[in-house]
Design a binder for this molecule. Structure first.
Ligand code: FEO
Length: 394
């Protein structure tokens, strides 16, 4: 993609990665992603805001060449992660006068991760500014979106917030700005769930920190830009501040059909009681979708058969993931089956210490479920529906 003008003298110069399908060798990218880099030309100085992934420095350098950029004074590094700092050494090589501007915490990380020479880095205090002549960049420290060193950059005169990962989305598109808010919401929620959710309280603080700024455009470093900042800020507020909803997430595996029968019966029982269910067969589930479902669910019920006395490894993985993502869920239970003995409940319960939840009585069936287990599943569905109602989770 060629450089795109956002405003006179402000350009998108990043790279769209249409074909990437995995991030961190972990996170599915069904819609690819982009690494947005921005050029800001002032009357006296020129700044580049974030670079691109280590796989695509040539795209960024070519964009700068097309704009005939002879000199860069500052490379603003909002975040040290390699998808934004990966091309930093190449840009520093091409523009020898450029200084990197970042938070003090980011400085050490750039030296460690990208081998950036210390003398090429200037640190910026919270709310410190740099003048480009007729344009001013203000740096707002925003720790833990989603690493400890992160900041966002505000271009005062144009009211543009360069937010890096904050408000971003893994979405490859030829549109510079969001055109389909439904699609943008879905991608941003997936991104929030996978990247930001573990740091919900920090996100809340950072939402407050940028609230007082007049913002016309949010320019994240992944996905399209927002011309309606209130759209994405409202979504973030709901994901971080709102109560959970009347939703049960049910990730499960079944080996010989017993657990599947219990899951089918249980889902029916919950729906009958007015509870929304999101069911995931973990043998083929998109873990990004599973993560998204955890953003606003009140309850997680894990469904597992017994393998070598413990839970199925696929279910253990889901429990590990939920524990790491720290969703705002309030209740957990386990349903499943075993042939002759099981410690699946104990083992799964021990895997979720980060979740501040009430554990509701599990239902484990010896072999195929029978009347007693169906009755117990009804009781569990009753308990969940009642808990959601008592807490006004609607
Ligand atoms: Fe897009 Fe945390 O890097």
């Amino acid at each position: 993609m060629k450089p795109r003008e956002i405003k006179p003298g402000v350009y998108w110069v990043g790279a769209v990665d249409w074909d990437r399908r995995l991030f961190d060798a972990l996170i599915p990218l069904p819609d690819g992603t982009s690494y947005n880099s921005y050029l800001v030309q002032g009357s006296e100085k020129t700044a580049l805001i974030d670079t691109v992934d280590a796989a695509m420095p040539d795209v960024l350098l070519s964009n700068l060449q097309q704009l005939k950029v002879k000199r860069i004074d500052y490379i603003i590094t909002n975040h040290a992660e390699q998808d934004h700092s990966g091309a930093l050494p190449a840009v520093l090589g091409k523009y020898p006068e450029a200084k990197v501007v970042c938070t003090p915490k980011c400085q050490g990380m750039l030296v460690d991760l990208m081998l950036v020479p210390q003398q090429r880095i200037i640190t910026a205090a919270d709310r410190e500014t740099i003048s480009l002549g007729d344009r001013t960049l203000e740096f707002i420290h925003a720790p833990w979106v989603h690493w400890p060193e992160t900041m966002v950059t505000y271009l005062r005169e144009d009211k543009i917030l360069f937010s890096c990962d904050f408000f971003g989305s893994h979405l490859a598109t030829s549109d510079l700005f969001v055109t389909d808010e439904g699609q943008a919401y879905e991608s941003a929620k997936r991104y929030y769930a996978e990247i930001m959710m573990p740091f919900r309280t920090s996100i809340q603080k950072n939402l407050e920190a940028v609230k007082s700024y007049a913002i016309d455009i949010i320019a994240p470093s992944h996905g399209p830009l927002h011309r309606r900042p209130e759209f994405i800020m409202k979504a973030y507020r709901s994901w971080t501040f709102d109560n959970p909803k009347n939703i049960v997430v049910l990730p499960y595996v079944s080996m010989h059909g017993s657990t599947r029968k219990m899951v089918e019966y249980f889902v029916g029982a919950l729906v009958q009681r007015g509870v929304t269910v999101k069911q995931f067969d973990l043998t083929g589930a998109d873990i990004g979708k599973l993560a998204m479902s955890l953003v606003d669910a009140a309850t997680v019920v894990l469904g597992t058969p017994t393998v070598l006395v413990g839970p199925h490894p696929g279910v253990a993985y889901a429990a590990f993931l939920a524990n790491a993502l720290r969703p705002n869920i309030k209740f957990v239970s386990i349903i499943g089956s075993y042939g002759w003995g099981s410690r699946a409940v104990e083992q799964l319960s021990a895997m979720i210490p980060n979740l501040k939840v009430e554990v509701l009585p599990p239902v484990m069936s010896k072999g195929f479920p029978k009347e007693a287990e169906f009755k117990a599943l009804d009781n569990l569905a009753d308990a969940i529906a009642a808990k959601h109602k008592q807490n006004n989770y609607i």
